[in-house]
Design a binder for this molecule. Structure first.
Ligand code: HEM
Length: 459
C-alpha cells in the first residue's frame, strides 16, 4: 500500500549553474523577523511561502532558516545525504525523549538501528499483527453505546497505543497503561511544542503548574518504558517481536547495545507510533461525520467485501475506497505537518546555495494542499487516488511518511491499521457531532482536532 505518486521530474540541483542566494520571504518584521507570523498561524504562514520562491529564507529572531516549498525539492532534500536529522525540532525531541533512539540518530548508528527495527515492519510481518489489529478495531466499536458521546481524543489514543504496544512489544497492554501513555504523551507533546516555538529556556524550569505537569508526564513516560523492558526481562521470554530485537541488538563491534539505547529505542518507537496514528484516527472520525456520503460508501464497500462478516485483516487489500478515504484524510490533515533537516556541509538545493549548519524546514501540510499539485485542492475527494487520476499528482506531492533513509518504517503497518479501523467503525456506525465538539485544527507537534466529540448512531 503506498500513498506516493510516481511522476518523474527533472533533477533538483543542476550541477553546473551558478548558485543563488534564496530570496527572503516577504513580511519580515524588525527584530522578530517572520517569527510572530509563524507562531500566530503556522499553517497559513507555511502554505503561503511557495508564492515567494521554491526555496526562501526566513528570519526567526536573529536566526536564518531556509524553507523548501515545492514537492520536487522536498524530495531532493529528504534524499540528499548532505542534510541530516538535526535542528531545533530534533534538539528539543532529543533533550526530552532521549539521544540514542532511531528517530534522532544519524550516520552509522542510525543505519544499524534501522536494520534492527526494520524486520518488524516488513510487509511479510504484517499478517502476524492482523489478529491484534482486528481485535482492537472491533473493541473500539464495542465500547461505544449507540447515541452516547464519544471523546474521540482519548478513544483514538487508546486504539493507537494499544495496537503499537501489543503488536511491537507484545506486552499485555492493559487499558490502564494505554491511558497513562496517552495522557503522558498528550502533555509531553503539548509542552514540547511550546518549548520549540517559544524558547523561554530557564522559565520552563520554574515550578509553575504547567511545568510541573510537563515534568511529571515526561518522568512517567520514561518510567512506563522501564516497566515494559523490566517486565519482559523478568518473564524470561523472547517472542519474535521488536522488543526482543532491541534487547538482543548488537553494536558495530558486536557487543550488546547499552541500557540507555534500549530505553531510548522503545521511546523512539512508542511515541511517534502513538501520536501520529491517534491524530489520524481523530481526523478519520471527523471526516466520516462531515462527509456522510463517504461514510455510506465505506460501509457499502465493507459489506460487499466481507459479505456482512466482521471485517478482518485479510480484507484490507480489497478495501480500495476505504484506503482512499484514509489517504485523502492524510493529505488534507497530515499528522506530521512540519519537518526539519540541517545541512552538514555547504550544499545546494534547486540551484540555491545552502550553507553548512543551516536549518531547513518544510511542511507536508503546505505541499499536500497546494493548488499547483491538486485540482480542487481543498476538496475532500478520495477518488483522486483512483488509478486513473493518481498519476496526475506530482512526485513527492503526497509523502506523509516522508521518503529516503528517514522514511517512516511504519508506513504499511500504519496504513493497514488505519484502513481496518475506518472499516470497522464505519460498518457499525455513522457519526454526528455532539454538543461542545470543536473540530478546528490544533497545531502542535502533530495536527489534530481541538476536541472532537461525536455521537455514534447505528446504521
Ligand atoms: C518517522 C510519519 C506512524 C515510527 C516518520 C517520518 C514521518 C512519519 C513523516 C519521517 C520524519 C522525517 O522525515 O524527518 C508517520 C505517520 C504515521 C506514522 C503519518 C501514521 C499516520 C508511525 C508508527 C510508528 C512510527 C505507527 C511505530 C510504531 C517512526 C519512527 C520514525 C518515523 C521510528 C523514525 C525513522 C528514522 O528516523 O529512521 N514517521 N508515522 N511511525 N516513524 Fe512514523
Amino acid at each position: 500500500m503506498t500513498v506516493e505518486s510516481v511522476r518523474p521530474q527533472s533533477p533538483a540541483t543542476p550541477g553546473t549553474s551558478v548558485l543563488r542566494e534564496p530570496p527572503l520571504a516577504q513580511g519580515a518584521l524588525p527584530v522578530l523577523g517572520h517569527g510572530l507570523r509563524l507562531v500566530r498561524d503556522p499553517l497559513a504562514f507555511m502554505s503561503a511561502l511557495r508564492d515567494h520562491g521554491d526555496v526562501v529564507r526566513l528570519r526567526l529572531g536573529p536566526k536564518t532558516v531556509y524553507a523548501v516549498t515545492t514537492p520536487e525539492l522536498t524530495g531532493a532534500l529528504a534524499l540528499n545525504p548532505d542534510f541530516t536529522i538535526d535542528g531545533p525540532l530534533w534538539e528539543s525531541l532529543e533533550g526530552l525523549l532521549g539521544k540514542e533512539g532511531v528517530a534522532t540518530a544519524n550516520g552509522p548508528r542510525h543505519r544499524r538501528q534501522r536494520r534492527t527495527i526494520q524486520p518488524a515492519f516488513r510487509l511479510d510481518a504484517l499478517p502476524g499483527y492482523g489478529p491484534v489489529m482486528e481485535e482492537e478495531a472491533h473493541a473500539l466499536t464495542e465500547r461505544w453505546r449507540p447515541g452516547e458521546t464519544i471523546d474521540c481524543t482519548s478513544e483514538s489514543f487508546r486504539v493507537a497505543v494499544r495496537i503499537a504496544a501489543r503488536c511491537l512489544l507484545r506486552g499485555d497492554f492493559m487499558d490502564e497503561r494505554a491511558e497513562r501513555l496517552s495522557v503522558d504523551l498528550a502533555t509531553v507533546f503539548r509542552g514540547m511544542y511550546r518549548r520549540m516555538v517559544i524558547p523561554l529556556g530557564p522559565l520552563y524550569r520554574l515550578p509553575f503548574p504547567a511545568n510541573r505537569e510537563f515534568n511529571r508526564a515526561l518522568a512517567d513516560l520514561h518510567l512506563l518504558v522501564d516497566e515494559i523492558v523490566a517486565e519482559r526481562r523478568a518473564s524470561g521470554q523472547r517472542p519474535d517481536d521488536l522488543l526482543t530485537a532491541l534487547l538482543e541488538a548488537k553494536d558495530d563491534n558486536g557487543d550488546p547495545i547499552g541500557e540507555q539505547e534500549i530505553h531510548d529505542q522503545v521511546v523512539a518507537i512508542l511515541t511517534p507510533g502513538s501520536e501520529t496514528v491517534a491524530s489520524t484516527v481523530m481526523w478519520l472520525l471527523q471526516v466520516l461525520a462531515e462527509h456522510p456520503e463517504h461514510a455510506e460508501k465505506v460501509r457499502t464497500e465493507v459489506e460487499s467485501v466481507t459479505g456482512g462478516r466482521p471485517v478482518g485483516f485479510e480484507h484490507v487489500r480489497s478495501l480500495t475506497h476505504t484506503n482512499n478515504v484514509v489517504v485523502e484524510a492524510m493529505r488534507l490533515r497530515p499528522a506530521v505537518w512540519i519537518l526539519t533537516r540541517r545541512a552538514v556541509t555547504d550544499t545546494a538545493l534547486g540551484g540555491y546555495r545552502i550553507p553548512a549548519g543551516a536549518d531547513i524546514v518544510y511542511s507536508p501540510y503546505a505541499i499536500q494542499r497546494d493548488h499547483r499539485s491538486y485540482d480542487r485542492h481543498l476538496d475532500f475527494d478520495p477518488d483522486r487516488w483512483l488509478p486513473g487520476r493518481a498519476g496526475n499528482v506530482p512526485k513527492y506531492a503526497m509523502s506523509p511518511f516522508s521518503v529516503g533513509n528517514r522514511k517512516c518504517p511504519s508506513d504499511h503497518f500504519s496504513m493497514a491499521q488505519l484502513t481496518l479501523i475506518t472499516a470497522a467503525v464505519s460498518a457499525k456506525y455513522r457519526f454526528e457531532p455532539a454538543d461542545g465538539s470543536d473540530d478546528s485544527t490544533r497545531v502542535g507537534i502533530t495536527l489534530r482536532p481541538h476536541n472532537l466529540l461525536l455521537r455514534a448512531r447505528p446504521w
